[in-house]
Design a protein around this ligand. Structure first.
Ligand code: LLP
Length: 431
């Protein structure tokens, strides 16, 4: 775990008069107005984090491509689009959402090991900035699609740098045994093929080592590897790249650790890019970063109501109306989200509890063995760091309609996605 670095800017979701707020809106009032479970996002916080990323990489020609998978809510995408951000996408659906929100196609990069020909055609016609190619067969498919459309596809090879990143095994992507990217020698082969193909044009080089990584070390190691590959591609195939994409994965503060020292990382990255051969004399490589969680993770919370408190087998279970269907991170990745009462009433000393959902799975929990003042049924709890990979991974399992999302921005609280109804559960089905 990295050193505890204070998170950037003002703390989101302040406690005012004992009650948590988003901006000037009490989470109690929002829960009363929109029911629970409820996701609440702080737009100002998301934009503040975008500024923090830009400040950390100051001095570099930078594109921040928001990783849409973290939270594809259109209202958030629109905020980022208006602020000039780009997008990292991994599907045709994400491309559609990005374009709907007004993100400029020239700021969109497309990663993923399984892009289909249909998705490639859609992205090519849309004029995206780069296809981040992850295999030899994918390059063939892209060349063929480009040929059919009479277009030239902009390509960056995603390199697997074989670095180990200290994070959960499911969110580690930069080691050799991961399904992502290609080895440095294979990347050089691909650049050679791109150079010899009229339908392909090498524009960049790409790497992404994992998610919720707090240690800057593996990012720098990965950058060294890709800059070395870029240098060899230039010398051996005459390829002059425009950008290096360092991926996302910058770790944020949660219940167990602090956030990455992004400024420190930014300084080191800037120095390496300045020293590397650029696009042309006097024109250093452009840097793309793809943060998802860093931008929206702590800009969102999940507000949930306690249904029952139950003692059984020597344990105390706080049963809430949100569970793994609204936040799968605790059970799937061992995610440790801070969970606090929405109203602090000063009653009751902390007890060790499991906070569990209503889903019929023993693996359905929001937190285990947490110390919490024992809430009463009806009390509201606030699950923090729920702006990223929360709604995005929500499901209808147990035929549970997905919750509403509220965005607080510019003093207003807006319902940006209505709660699903039972009728949504059978939409598109027939008997
Ligand atoms: N770029 C690429 C190519 C990615 O695959 C990802 C995330 C990102 C950027 C953004 O990573 P971030 O900055 O958000 O860490 N569901 C998991 C995280 C999976 C991340 C997948 N890829 C979780 O809840 O921890």
């Amino acid at each position: 775990m990295g050193a505890r670095v204070l998170s950037t800017g003002r703390p989101p979701f302040p406690r005012l008069g004992g009650v948590l707020h988003c901006g000037s809106h009490s989470l109690e009032t929002l829960a009363d107005d929109h029911d629970t479970p409820l996701y609440v996002y702080d737009g100002a916080r998301a934009l503040e984090r975008l500024s923090a990323v830009r400040a950390a990489f100051a001095g570099v020609d930078l594109l921040v491509a928001y990783s849409i998978k973290a939270n594809p809510n259109l209202a958030l995408l629109k905020l980022f689009a208006d602020a000039g951000a780009g997008a990292d996408i991994v599907s045709g659906g994400e491309l559609y959402c990005a374009l709907e929100a007004g993100i400029a196609p020239g700021r969109i990069v497309f990663a993923g090991v399984g892009k289909t020909r249909t998705e490639m055609g859609y992205a090519l016609k849309s004029g995206i900035r780069g296809f981040h190619v992850e295999s030899s067969q994918e390059l063939d498919a892209l060349a063929s699609v480009a040929g059919e459309l009479g277009a030239q596809a902009p390509v960056a090879v995603r390199v697997n740098p074989d670095v180990d990143s200290p994070t959960h095994e499911f969110t580690r992507t930069g080691h050799a045994a991961a399904k992502f990217g290609v080895s440095p020698p294979r990347a050089l082969e691909l650049y050679r093929r791109i150079a010899g193909h009229a339908g392909l044009r090498a524009v960049g080089i790409d790497v992404h080592i994992g998610s919720q990584v707090r240690d800057p070390g593996p990012f720098l190691h990965a950058l060294d590897v890709v800059l070395e590959v870029a240098g060899r591609a230039r010398r051996e195939t005459g390829t002059a790249l425009e950008y290096v994409d360092l991926g996302g994965g910058f770790g944020i503060e949660d219940a167990v650790g602090g956030e990455i020292d992004l400024r420190g990382l930014g300084r080191e990255v800037a120095a390496r890019i300045a020293a590397a051969p650029g696009r042309a004399p006097g024109r250093p490589l452009e840097l793309i970063v793809e943060p998802g969680r860093f931008l929206v993770g702590d800009a969102g919370v999940l507000v949930t109501r306690v249904i029952y408190v139950k003692r059984s087998g020597g344990k105390t279970f706080v049963v809430t109306d949100a569970g793994m269907t609204e936040l799968i991170r605790p059970s799937h990745y061992g995610g440790e989200h801070a969970i606090v009462p929405v109203r602090e009433d000063g009653h009751g000393s902390p007890r060790q509890v499991d906070i569990v959902g209503p889903v019929c799975e023993q693996g359905d929990f929001l937190a285990r063995d947490r110390r919490l003042p024992l809430p009463r049924p009806g009390a509201l709890l606030c699950v923090q760091q729920a702006g990223a990979y929360a709604f995005a991974m929500a499901s209808n399992y147990n035929s549970r309609p997905r919750p509403a999302e509220v965005l607080v921005h510019g003093g207003r609280a807006t319902l940006v996605r209505r709660r699903e109804r039972y009728s949504d559960l059978i939409r598109g089905q027939r008997t």
